[in-house]
Design a protein. Sequence first.
Length: 571
Amino acid sequence: MADYIYSMESRLTPDQQRGVNLVQEIARHAGLNLYLTGGTIRDLITGLPIRDIDLSVQGNPLKLQKELEKAGISVQGVDEDLRTLHLLMPGNVRAEVNLTRSETYDKPGKAPSIAPATINEDLRRRDFTVNAMALSLNPGSRGLLLDPFNGIADIEAKVLRVLHNYAFLEDPIRLIRATRLSARFHWPLEERTQARYDSAKENNYIEYVGKRSIGAELEQLAHEDDPIGVMRALEKDDWLKVLHPHWSVAKAEASDVGHAIKLRQTLTDLGYSVESGPMVMYFLTRKMSDKDVSEIQRMIPRRDFVEKWKHLEHDAQALAKKLTGKEAATNSGSWKLLSATAAESILFLSLTTKQGAVDAKLKNFLGKWRQVREKLPFPEMAEMRITAQLPEYQHILDQAFLQLLDNKLRSHNEIVNFLKPFEPPPPPPPPPPKRGRGKAAAAAEPVASAPVVAATPPAKRGRKPKGAASAPPDAVTVAPTAQPIGKPIAGGKAPVPPKTATVAAKTAPAKAEKKLVQPAKKTVAVKKPVVTKKASPKKKPPARKALAKKLVAKKPAPKKPAAKKAAKKKR
Ligand code: ATP
Ligand code: MG
């Protein structure tokens, strides 16, 4: 049986997973049943990227709003009629939480009457079979997949199938969704669905489409991975002019859209989370009149999305001004400025600036400057004990990096000299070896300060080979290794700390391993620990070997085996 929870946990990005966990916790606390639904399940099963998170609760999601906001989730839109929350979760994860509802269509073109319903009824009001599945996230049934229309079979067959014959009549936006999803996945409409689609088109059902649905579709286009490709499909089927009468592929700045999507990937690879939708929409409508653009903006329900779109040009101008000003006169100044700038502004300015100097700084910020960190001499730094264990380690790295950016540290020596004042004092020397009993006890103690320790086989019972008492145990020296930081992380975030390798004595308790943090220069051999028991003369330390032998000889036979023998005889 398929394990959908495993699929969910492995397919969602960490940010998406965290977002789902947050909503899950909040819904559970409020006593509401929660399901993962719609396109999220479809994409989970197909293995395609999961673009947004669709969740449904059996109960009113608006009740969760305050708790969601407290948890750091931004509620970007509230649809009071449908009782739907549009969310932006940390890491720019878009999500929607719906009320599980039933829909009754009295007349085409009229909004349906809706009523709270069970999840099973909710799945019946969906558009396509592949979108009509739900995964329970509730304690009692967690992991159970509800698939009443056999959406899995249609995913395998790669077709889009409506749930019933009236699907396009009841909600004509499904015609546009059919074209958009078909263009995205390259999945055809199933035969009967295609026939219904053609007839709906012929009968002009689209004239009954609701404004709210158009607004939502407009925004969806901006989140497509290939928006121009989808736009072409919509234009071919005459849907683009339904979204806006003056819109066409020719009104989009197609090459900029392509560049925006590529550069978004670069930024994502550098560790940024970028909300590129508003920018994509900017380029998709680039050649439309201001009036047409404002009309489109008014139709989109997510106000936050529209605000970001509106502010793109202004924010980019402000950034360009700063990049050509005093603050960014040096490389380090530019680095600090850009590190504190929203990724969306960096992306947008990179695509639109006509100023060579600004362009060069943006390119360096995203490329060349990041490699400068690799000049830091991590092996020497480890020897100087400048490692991630120091609380000020990140600060030291940043300072050195900024100096390197400004070309103030030109040679290896200059870098090392710069780092020297940060070198912490050496660790205290290991305690001197103790004699006799103390010596044995010391050997048994965890070796906290010794950086390099001996790998000693566990003490064996019985006679020792000649000279064993005086010969030091073999010492295995492991030099501390320090690895250079791989990929520099955007915004001065902490890079991967170099690792310090240590090997703990096999006989030393586990706790000692944790303490072995300082890099070592010298080899310290650790004596075999000898476990002693006061009461047992058998286990006297080797220094008293002779006496111990005598005592063993005099010692009466152990009681237990004797008693056992007697018992055996009786039997
Ligand atoms: P994606 O988010 O990847 O574009 P999606 O199918 O998830 O695709 P959403 O707009 O997020 O699209 O919608 C979520 C779900 O809501 C859909 O999968 C579908 O089940 C349902 N849905 C959306 N629009 C309609 C509609 N017009 N009629 C019926 N169900 C719909
Ligand atoms: Mg979705």
